[in-house]
Design a protein around this ligand. Structure first.
Ligand SMILES: [Zn+2]
Length: 381
């Protein structure tokens, strides 16, 4: 498994990049969306649906799939629409079982790219050139498409490993490869009230927590900001510090009981729900569930959300559909999707020689490629 710790603590120079002022008379939905910490299109807060975006990063395999199954394929539904809840997966290649990725996709979860190599070096990602980013992102989309049997056009989101982009190099590649959104950019300054997703027609509009940040404009390309979480730390009796983090599982100290976990998630949710209802990110790694109490707290929180008739747990892609075309709660009609037929005939492939240290297995849909797919040979020829 990935050393989660690396994912969680990259970071942290803070300075502000000011994008050009977004001109609302020129920037019109659905193709152009200005950044806002207010309400979209003058919606009253109480009339705004509250979207919740559950995401999971890294390899998908038999270790973590049972938790995804329990969460997403167990009859949980949004109260108002009666549609099944869905999540978004940022998938990296090594140790991924593509027949399980197909299952997640079949249940209408959103499958996105999190690189091929997930190399544990922020310097690598920061300094990678255009060709490397194209291979890591475009190549991973090809791998998912071929081995999980998912149309390439259905894979539209990106999260950079360790949230480390190379600024404009990475954003230029995402845009030119026709990805639709990035969700790698944390914001602390725009966490209260939280920042809504926006397009980069007028550039990057938030604090730069992990340098470099993009400086150019990218037409109709969305940033789904990683609005920071805060964890209350008692430093002296009655005195608290708010510890910020980009992903929900990175805030320390880790909650250790069901109740503590529930309260932590709920407090962060309320900052969205009671202010402007910007889509609420619940971004983490399944390893956070290794403590069974914490897992219970997460599930309790999800089930608590599902008792609210103005809350919708959806993929990032579906939340962005709303951001492009916002409407009051009473007019919003979520269209339910039923699971697709499986088109995956799975095979277990084994490779004694790989470009990595040692042998690897790979379960995929269709025939096994001759070689273990990797950078510069994504089809495994
Ligand atoms: Zn990762």
């Amino acid at each position: 498994m990935r050393p989660v710790i690396f994912c969680l603590f990259s970071a942290v120079l803070i300075y502000t990049v000011t994008g050009k002022f977004c001109d609302e008379s020129q920037c019109k939905r659905p193709s152009c969306v200005c950044d806002t910490q207010g309400s979209p299109e003058g919606l009253r807060v109480e009339d705004t649906p509250q979207f919740v975006m559950l995401t999971f990063d890294d390899a998908v395999n038999v270790v973590n799939f049972p938790d995804y199954e329990e969460l997403l394929m167990n009859g949980r539904k949004n109260l108002r629409s009666n549609c099944p809840i869905q999540a978004t997966f940022f998938v990296s290649h090594e140790y991924t079982d593509y027949s399980l990725v197909h299952e997640l996709w079949r249940y209408n979860n959103d499958i996105c790219v999190h690189s091929i190599s997930h190399l544990p070096s922020t310097e690598y990602w920061k300094n990678a050139n255009q060709t490397i980013w194209e291979e890591e992102l475009g190549g991973m989309r090809k791998i998912i498409s071929k081995f999980a049997n998912i149309p390439e056009s259905d894979i539209v989101g990106v999260r950079a490993p360790f949230l480390q982009t190379a600024g404009d190099v990475t954003f230029g590649v995402m845009k030119s490869l026709d990805f639709h959104y990035d969700s790698s950019m944390p914001t602390r300054q725009k966490a209260n009230p939280p920042l809504w997703p926006y397009t980069m027609d007028y550039g990057y509009q938030q604090d730069c927590q992990i340098t470099p940040c993009p400086t150019k404009n990218y037409k109709s390309f969305f940033i789904v900001p990683m609005v920071n979480y805060f964890r209350k730390l008692e430093i002296a009796p009655g005195h608290f510090l708010d510890i910020p983090c980009a992903m929900a599982d990175a805030c320390l100290p880790l909650p250790e009981t069901e109740d503590e976990t529930f309260q932590y998630l709920r407090e962060n949710f309320e900052r969205h729900y009671s202010t402007n209802r910007a889509p609420f990110p619940l971004f983490l790694h399944q390893a956070w569930f290794s403590n069974p109490e914490r897992k219970k707290g997460y599930f309790k929180f999800v089930d608590w959300l599902l008792q609210k008739d103005d809350v919708f747990i959806v993929t990032i892609r579906e939340a962005l559909e709303f951001v492009r075309n916002p409407q009051p709660l009473d007019n919003y009609k979520q269209v339910c999707k039923s699971p697709k037929q499986s088109t995956c005939v799975s095979n277990q492939c084994t490779y004694s020689k790989t470009p990595l240290n040692g042998p690897r297995n790979m379960k995929c849909c269709g025939t096994c490629p001759a070689n273990y797919p990797w950078l510069w040979n994504v089809e495994g020829n």
